[in-house]
Design a binder for this molecule. Structure first.
Ligand code: BG6
Length: 282
């Protein structure tokens, strides 16, 4: 079977090449992606998987806000990562094994619907080939009026040693440095390395970004429809402050997150918007 439901409310995708992925219905969070029998996504050993909190790792879907918002009273990063999605089914099982999930406003809690009172449907496709993982989000505005949202695919990559990681494709771009009180900075480095807490929103990023480790390209991320890229590593103090993240785990992860978060996406009534990424294990 190229895709089947497990006993713990997740869908397991299997590609004939041996590549595998697992997607939890909670948050439609991809919690595993294996290529050549090696796990490529980071999930904390302390991640909470009982549906009481967004999963610390994998690919949580951020929607309809990024961070918190003064006017929209939703928890940090919105409701998509904290909601039970519906499994729509298998789309294709030829070269690409692809499954779809959906979330509609009437599946939300009343408090969430009141905080963001719009009729919408999210369709989220997770697709696997031998070396790639594709995650594509389609937002449909089922209202008559325009609504606004921000969205992000909060991908936690598994790495061996953060001190050997470099991210390329971000040079000369302007970023908001959330560690330095949201100062706007121009990236002067050809490659971004991480030696402390990093929480940056790079705006208007070209479609391709590469994560290297020890001088070797490890992951290529190609985005479509999404404008921005967030780079995040909590480092020592923030790691200690998170109950669902091991104190030392910051060495083994980096988040490189494609999204449209610097500005609101405006979506007219009846319209759809599509954004996503294809990650290649190199
Ligand atoms: C990143 C944000 O996308 O997510 C950070 O830029 C935030 O500011 C991080 O700390 C993790 O957020 P959370 O809500 O999963 O702890």
């Amino acid at each position: 079977m190229p895709a089947h439901e497990t006993s713990h409310k997740s869908i397991l995708l299997k590609h004939p090449s041996g590549a595998e992925a697992e997607v939890r219905l909670f948050g439609a969070t991809v919690t595993s992606w294996k290529v050549d029998n090696t796990e490529r996504l980071f999930v904390s050993k302390d991640a909470i998987l009982d549906g009481s909190k967004a999963i610390r790792g994998g690919i949580p879907v951020v929607f309809p806000i990024f961070g918190t918002d003064e006017k929209i009273k939703l928890p940090q990063h919105g409701f998509a990562r904290n909601s039970d999605w519906e499994y729509v089914g298998l789309l294709t099982d030829n070269d690409e094994v692809s499954v779809r999930f959906s979330l509609k406003d009437n599946q939300l809690k009343q408090s969430q619907r009141s905080a963001w009172p719009h009729s919408f449907r999210l369709n989220y496709t997770v697709a696997l080939t031998e070396k790639t993982l594709r995650t594509t989000l389609v937002v449909k505005n089922e209202d008559e009026d325009t609504f606004e949202f921000k969205t992000l695919l909060h991908t936690y990559f598994q790495i061996s040693d953060i001190s050997k990681v470099a991210v390329s494709g971000l040079s000369n771009l302007t970023y908001i440095d959330k560690v330095q009180n949201a100062a706007k900075v121009v990236e002067e480095n050809q490659k971004v390395t991480i030696a402390g807490e990093v929480d940056r929103v790079y705006a208007n990023v070209p479609e391709e970004v590469t994560i290297e480790e020890d001088g070797q390209a490890k992951y290529r991320i190609v985005k479509t429809g999404m404008k921005d890229t967030v780079v995040w590593n909590p480092w020592i103090d923030k790691a200690k402050g998170m109950g669902d993240f091991g104190d030392e785990e910051y060495h083994n992860m980096v988040c490189v997150e494609v999204g449209s978060v610097a500005d609101w996406v405006k979506l007219g009534g009846g319209q759809t918007w599509t954004g996503g990424q294809v990650i290649t294990a190199l």
